[in-house]
Design a protein around this ligand. Sequence first.
Ligand SMILES: [Zn+2]
Length: 439
Amino acid sequence: MTEAKQELTQRSKRSDGEPRPLARPQNPHVKISHMATHRLYYDDSYLQNFEARVLSCSPAEPVQGASGPQSAWEVLLDQTAFYPASGGQPNDLGVLGEAVVLDVRDEGDEIAHIIDRELPPGSVKGCVNWPRRFDHMQQHTGQHLLSAMFQERFGLPTVSFHLGAELCTIDLRGQEPSSSHLLGAQRAANQAIFEDRPVNVRYGTAEQLAQFGVRKQVEREGLLRAIEIESADLQPCGGTHVKSTGQIGVILLRGLSKVRQDWRVEFACGGRAERLATDDFAQLRGLTTALSCAVEELPASVDKLVVERDAHFKSLRSALQQLAEAKAAQLVAAAPAGTNGIRLVARVLRDVHPELLLPLATEIAKNERGVALLVLEESGQLVFAQHPSAGKDLSAVLKKTLATHPGKGGGSKDFVRAKLMDPRASAAAVELAKELTLA
Ligand SMILES: [Zn+2]
């Protein structure tokens, strides 16, 4: 064991995610609090079972469980293999004795384990939920590699990292990554995975790490922990990582979006990448069944469907226009000329195509002194329209109508559209609008 590492195992505290000084080797008189939790995962991120001494256990704030708030206790141990949420990597879960670990928090020197029952003083056995932790190790190490490739090949530094429940993201600063940048970074990262390069933990001062060519310069004092991917990356980090790049499995990029001034790249590694690719293919298979074609024929089939849909839409519009013209002529002819020669058509439309409402009202309003007050019974959508020669104020009519039968809408003196909140008021609304128009 190197001197530096010995320093760490005896005195390690703090850290994770954000690099922190682990100790001050130049001052042999520094004493740390007896409460500082020794972080076993620093030296062995594969440790799943461990034994520790319970230093304290006290009631904590209730924790939100699946069925509401649940009682919780906070326990401090002399040492732990549980990783606390930090540096973009979520906390571990697992058990401590009979207690279920609900959360693990980094509190400076100490790690607080939030558990579901009280633990007696003495020794306790801990067990880390390994599938969850290993998934985090795959994603986190994959992130180091991917960030290194974006930086080294395209000069795009990573400014933040998030390990989510479904996908992981890094935010890159600089010019917009092109699709060849994305593909290039993915390919280079996967190449380093295929080469199964060792992932080492190194310790050094900020100056020493800078000499080694650390990717992210830090200005903290004291001994720092850094993660090295051989011939690829050296990055200060207190998280948990796999021991060689082969265990990352594979990296798949999933998306790119702009977030403030940065570029957010979504990705998934290892088991997550496998599940996503499997789900993608299942969806493709579902589409091939629906469209009766092979996977490679899908783009052409979808293109054909879009062209057909557009053509159908066009012919529907044309048919509705013809229908509107014929129906308007019929309705206007049937409407008796009222005072001042007004020809008022007030109708509740049922069982008609919703797209007929607008052209029908427009066609009615093309007739001299024609007024249309139309509403769709099913949806409560309404259109009032008039020929300018009718001389009414339909905007005022709508306002008064909506005062009695609430809804949202508006327009001009000659044309208004609205939607009633309650479609059951359609008939009453048209009747009221008719009275107001003729008043
Ligand atoms: Zn890391």
